[in-house]
Write a protein that binds this ligand. Sequence first.
Ligand code: SAH
Length: 335
Amino acid sequence: MAVVKVPKKKAREILEILKKNKILDGKRKALRDNEFVYFPITDIEKAKQLNLEILPLDAPRRPERQIYKNLEDLLPKNIVERLGRLDIVGDIAILTMPEDLKEKVREIANAIKKLYPEVRVIARRGFHEGEFRVRRLEVVWGENRLETVHKENGVLIKVDLSKVFFNPRMKGERYRIAQLVNDGEKILIPFAGVLPYALVIARYKKVDITAVELNPEAVKLGYENIKLNEKRLKGRINLIKGDVFEVLQKLPEFDRVISPTPKGVDALSIVLSKARKFLHYYDFVHEDEIEVFKKRIVEECRLQGKECTVNVKKIADYKPHVYKVCADVEIKQNH
Ligand code: SAH
């Protein structure tokens, strides 16, 4: 048995390397002290090849329940086959399930609790609705609430899923953007919601963020989230309640604009007009239309007298053949 010793600052990076090389021992827990993290590994030779510092330490085994990988290991096939993907937000589990499976909710709850012992609520997933993009959710098991505190990328995010939009699957995307940001930037985030992007970026970078959001409930939670994370944030967040299409007219240009645009809204022109160096513009696009989408952005840049390079990335499946995409736009300085 062995562990690799890594300085805390490099822990995330090394963890990815261990996973990629398939030598992280998932059955054991990592150990920590003030300066270092000790990841359990399965292959000492490989770790040596990766030039990692190896110690002959015995990391404790995880409890059996944490070893299960997914619901397939825990529920009969005829139930699992009819369940959609499971999301965890704080202590709430969100699951797509047909109406008649509500009868089996105790059995499903037992399985979910084996994977995620912290779960206190199970909610049945509906669709996003209205201009605030709130998801329709029905509590089918546990405490009758949709308010919780979610932990992601080292920040706490308080949400009330009956009143605001929040998507835990964007965790990796938020981390990606935070890593692109440089200290000192002035950043604009229209359509900011309960501030997940703003909080994650401000946690990692010393930046000045202006966030704009219309849903009063999201704005209230946004302020609470700034308070909740006060000690963790390197950057500053200034939250403005209002309509992006009005508020932005009165704002100056920013180094970077990040627009998690709501489905069905076209905000390209106004958000691009506020970007000096970079724009990250999210939209929902059919796979056959990605080139068209890219051309539309290039054309909008031209109209605004900006010389741009545009890269479109698929971020998530939205529905068959339709993706949530992000256009990473870089604006040349000499315009
Ligand atoms: N950035 C957040 C929220 C994205 S959903 C996140 O990733 O979690 C889109 C958000 O835009 C919602 O919170 C919705 O309330 C808000 N919104 C919709 N139309 C708006 C407008 N015209 N002005 C400001 N915010 C708006």
